[in-house]
Design a protein around this ligand. Structure first.
Ligand code: UD1
Ligand code: CA
Length: 468
């Protein structure tokens, strides 16, 4: 069977990161996730990830889905693959793909085409290469007289003539598994860095009469890796632009793409406009004719058609059609906002259903609530869902009118068509079409403030009066 080993033991010292380098994210997926996805898309599901620096982060991310092997000392790429020996020995019949966990743009097409060439040429090893204008830092491909490969020379070991070679090693290879195991046992650390170079397997294979080949790709992106934060930003920009292009091809409209970051799994229908400062993440889906932004953060949320969201943060929720939200609204997880709802400024909704055409215009908290259709929330309504120990639900029927500054103390149920008077604190269920009013009696003390002001403005007079 064909399988893959992904090298992810690196630290990325130059990044000054405190997580493994392959765990740094491009859009909303770690670089390692991109590489795994390329394997999955190429239908390679038997994977072993080599971990090293802070391995627990990678273990946590993989969550038992794929095998790992720990490289406890960083002695080079060859040494890293040696750690997968157990994994490799389980099935020595097929081929093994080696990939770098920090080169996120390797793709399924390149992987599959390289395998095709590898098997057609009956190679022991096939190196994936590309030609770069600036090959600095990469291993150079030294061609043989017959235009095959002779060896790979690392930057630090290269002569100045070799440094001028533009064809470089991507760090990705197909090996016949049985040959890989044998070649690994022959590696030695005799080089400028004192490391076990995986690249040395090429010259060793050739010296033993085995076949080594090259798959030269014209997709230079598959080579790109990140050694510095600057490289990382460039990879992110590269990925961001590709995603934006895909959406434009699908008919999504961008006014200006400043600050617009869209995750790889986001789906948007045609004729929707995305405005600046908008970040779309996770499995977010947006229907057609929406206007999203400026300044929205939408994570894992499904939005229908003809919605307008301005300065909204929404997480793990569903928003139906013709909904208008914002500015400055927080839709927290597990909310279901139904069609035609209007939500205005400084409103928070959490774990609630908001029925069709309900309006929550300003300064309101709706948490753990089931709200009916055509309800009108007055300014400053609070569903008081937490008593310090447990959370309870509020149920609000259709066509209720909630007066300004109402507190609804959960658990509480309002029937259909209920009115609550402004400033009321509702602690008991209210039946259909009733008014609930809870207020202290208003007292009016005439002349009170005038007397108070006089004592403040004319304290002397006051003293005189007292002395008399
Ligand atoms: C390697 C190749 C070089 C190629 C380049 C492509 C060697 C000797 N050189 O160089 O020809 O052009 O990749 O990017 O293989 N890793 C470990 N354990 C180690 C060392 C590395 O897991 O002990 C992992 C790293 O996390 C990384 C990958 O292997 O994912 C490549 O390692 P890196 O140090 O970046 O190799 P380069 O020197 O860049
Ligand atoms: Ca590298």
């Amino acid at each position: 069977m064909n399988q893959a080993v992904i090298l992810a033991g690196g630290h990325g010292k130059r990044m000054k990161a405190d997580i493994p380098k392959p765990m740094l994210e491009i859009l909303d997926v770690p670089m390692l996730g991109w590489v795994i996805r390329a394997c999955e898309n190429a239908e390679i599901s038997n994977l072993c990830v080599i971990t090293g620096y802070k391995a627990e982060h990678i273990e946590h991310y993989l969550n038992g889905k794929y095998e790992t092997a720990l490289q406890s000392e960083r002695l080079g790429t060859g040494h890293a693959v040696m750690q997968a020996e157990k994994f490799l020995s389980k099935d020595t019949e097929g081929n093994t793909l080696i990939l770098c966990g920090d080169a996120p743009f390797m793709d399924a097409e390149t992987i599959s085409n390289a395998l095709e060439l590898h098997t057609a040429q009956n190679n022991s090893v096939t190196v994936i290469t590309a030609e770069l204008d600036n090959p600095y830092g990469y291993g150079r491909i030294i061609r043989s007289e017959t235009d095959g490969i002779a060896e790979i020379v690392e930057e630090k070991d290269a002569s100045s003539a070799q440094k001028r070679i533009k064809e470089v090693n991507s760090g990705a290879y197909w090996f016949r598994t049985a040959d890989l195991i044998e070649l690994l046992s022959k590696l030695t650390p005799q080089n400028a860095q004192g490391e076990y170079y995986l690249t040395d397997t090429i010259s060793i294979a050739l010296s033993e009469g085995k076949r080594a080949g090259v798959y030269l790709t014209d997709n230079q992106d598959v080579i790109l890796g990140a050694n510095t934060r600057k490289d990382l930003l460039m990879l992110r920009e590269n990925a961001r632009q590709k995603v934006l292009m895909k959406h434009m091809e699908n008919g999504v409209d961008f006014v200006c793409t400043d600050g617009v970051i869209i995750g790889t799994d986001v789906e948007i229908e045609a004729a929707t406009v995305i405005q600046p400062g908008t970040i779309l993440k996770g499995r977010t889906k947006i229907g057609s004719h929406c206007k999203i932004g400026p300044n929205c953060l939408i994570d894992n949320t499904v939005i229908g058609q003809h919605c307008k969201l301005n300065s909204v943060q929404a997480y793990d929720s569903v928003i139906e059609d013709n909904v208008k939200i914002g500015p400055f609204v927080h839709i927290r997880p597990n909310s279901h906002i139904k069609s035609g709802v209007k939500i205005g400024d400084f409103v928070e909704v959490k774990n609630s259903v908001v029925g069709e055409q309900t309006s929550i215009a300003h300064l309101t908290y709706v948490g753990d609530s089931d709200v009916g259709k055509k309800v009108n929330f007055g300014c400053g309504t609070v569903t008081v869902n937490y008593d310090g120990i447990s959370k309870e639900r509020c149920v609000i029927g259709d066509s209720c009118f909630i007066g300004c500054n109402t507190n609804l103390i959960a658990p509480v149920t309002l029937g259909n068509g209920v009115y609550t008077a402004a400033g009321s604190t509702i602690t008991k269920d209210v039946p259909d079409y009733a008014l609930a009013v809870e207020r202290g009696q208003l007292k009016v003390k005439e002349g009170y403030s005038l007397r108070k002001l006089k004592t403040k403005l004319f304290p002397e007079k006051d003293k005189d009066r007292n002395n008399k």
